[in-house]
Structure formats: C-alpha cells, structure tokens
Design a protein around this ligand. Structure first.
Ligand SMILES: Nc1ncnc2c1ncn2[C@@H]1O[C@H](COP(=O)(O)OP(=O)(O)OP(=O)(O)O)[C@@H](O)[C@H]1O
Ligand SMILES: [Mg+2]
Length: 241
C-alpha cells in the first residue's frame, strides 16, 4: 500500500457516455478522439508529440477538470471558470485515495500573469524585488523552488524558459519533490527533461496516446543524430532546398 496516497491522479479518459461531436474541436484531433485511458505514472508522466498533436489541449482540460485555473496558477486561486474546450466536461478522472496538498498548472504563454500573482501573494520583497524583475528563466526557476512536497503539478513546456543547465536543475527539483510525494504531468519537447527515469512517456499521434521508451522518442533520436552529425545534416537540409 502506498502510504502517501500517490498517485493523486490515476487515469484520465473521455466518458464513454459523453455525447461528443467528432467533427468539432477538440475531438477533431486524432489523439483526443482516440485517447483511450491515459494511465498516469505515480511520479512523472510526460506528454510528447508533434506540434499540434493535442498535448496542451489535453493537459489544460485535465487542469480545469481538477479545478485549476485555465490560465495557469495554483488551485487556491478562485476565479469564475470559463469553459476552455468541451473536453474538460467530458473527461473522466480517476483520482487516488488522497487529494494532493497543493496543485499548480503552469503554461509558458501565461507565465506573466502567474508571476504577477506570485508577487501579489508572496510579496515582491520576498520574491527578490518581484519576479517581473527577473529574466523569464530566473523567475521560472524561482517558481519551481516554491513547489511543495505532496503536490500535483501540471506543466506545459517548462523548458521554454530554461537554459540546458537550468533544465538539469529543474530535474533535480522534480526528483526531490517526487521523492516527497509529488506527482507531475509535463508536456515537453525537451530531450533533457524526458530522460528523467521515474517516468512514463506518452506519445500523442494519429493513432491516439501510447507509451513510448525514451530512446524511441523522436526528441531523443533527432537531437542525438543532429548533434552527432550536424555539419552533414545542415548540408543535407540546405542542399535539398
Ligand atoms: N480553440 C481552438 N479551436 C480550434 N482548434 C484549436 C483550438 N486550440 C487549439 N486548436 C488546434 O488543436 C490542435 C492541438 O493544439 P495543442 O495546442 O493541443 O497542440 P500541442 O500538442 O500542445 O502542440 P505544441 O507542441 O505546438 O504546443 C492544433 O492543431 C491547434 O491548432
Ligand atoms: Mg502545446
């Protein structure tokens, strides 16, 4: 038995009784239409896939279905909820025995608002003169430091803010929190973050959402191949034009 109640979120699926319109967004996205049951890893679940494959759509719908603000932020922020897409209404969430102590949804596009909120509730002085006075990556790294044990964290492309070194730092923070009962669901294109071992990687594509091994991800294979052979790959790219 898991003494800590992880995972807080066990699985997500589209309610089979839902009256959905397959010709309307977001059910026009193959990965959403053929989602099946998404089983979450107790520690970290990564969403990977091509641009437009539906990762943010699904992550955002899960966040809203969990009562998190669609624009990003912690669960404690009570604002009137706007429907983001019909998906969240039709999602069936299977939760664990215990609710997480904290929950956050972070998306790269709305970090500005989240930093404002953090400065408001945390006090600008405590945030070193305000998170808006930090670079995007500095502020984001600071925000990660605020994450707590026992939390459920949904992150959309956290690497967008972070240098490769800071991504390694983020892995350390994630690992520390995972060992203190936190659960993460992360949409990412980062081959660095994806290397985290206590994780499941779920690939979004035309056939639905399926588990994939790290070394079988396009992110790993393409990055590795490019870095190992980049003069030749560049030549091939430009010769084809
Ligand atoms: N409100 C909307 N109405 C109609 N289509 C939308 C809407 N929002 C997103 N889409 C479309 O849904 C598809 C999935 O978008 P989504 O943002 O979920 O992709 P993603 O996998 O997160 O991609 P990326 O890796 O580029 O972030 C895209 O083709 C997008 O254009
Ligand atoms: Mg996205």
């Amino acid at each position: 038995m898991n003494l800590f109640g992880k995972p807080y979120l066990r699985s997500v699926s589209v309610d089979p009784r839902a009256d959905i319109d397959l010709d309307t967004y977001p059910f026009t996205i193959p990965a959403v239409r053929d989602m099946g049951v998404i089983d979450m890893h107790p520690d970290v679940t990564f969403f990977v896939g091509e641009n437009g494959a539906g990762k943010s759509t699904v992550l955002e719908a899960i966040a809203v279905a969990l009562g998190l603000p669609a624009e990003g932020g912690p669960r404690s922020v009570h604002r009137p909820q706007q429907e983001v897409s019909p998906l969240e209404r039709h999602l069936k969430l299977v939760k664990g025995a215990r609710q997480s102590r904290h929950a956050w949804f972070l998306r790269a596009e709305s970090m500005f608002n989240v930093f404002s909120y953090m400065d408001e509730v945390g006090g600008e002085r405590r945030n070193g003169g305000g998170l808006h006075r930090r670079s995007h990556g500095e502020a984001f790294a600071e925000l990660l430091q605020n994450f707590q044990p026992g939390g459920l964290y949904l992150l959309d492309e956290p690497e967008a803010a972070l240098s490769p070194n800071r991504q390694l730092g983020a892995l350390c923070i994630i690992d520390e929190l995972v060992k203190k009962d936190a659960q993460f669901i992360i949409a990412t294109h980062s081959p660095i973050l994806l290397a985290y071992p206590r994780a499941a990687i779920l690939s979004f594509d035309d056939t639905g959402i399926t588990p994939v091994a790290y070394q079988d991800t396009e992110h790993y294979a393409t990055t590795r191949d490019f870095l190992n052979h980049y003069p030749r790959r560049l030549q091939q790219l430009f010769d084809d034009e």
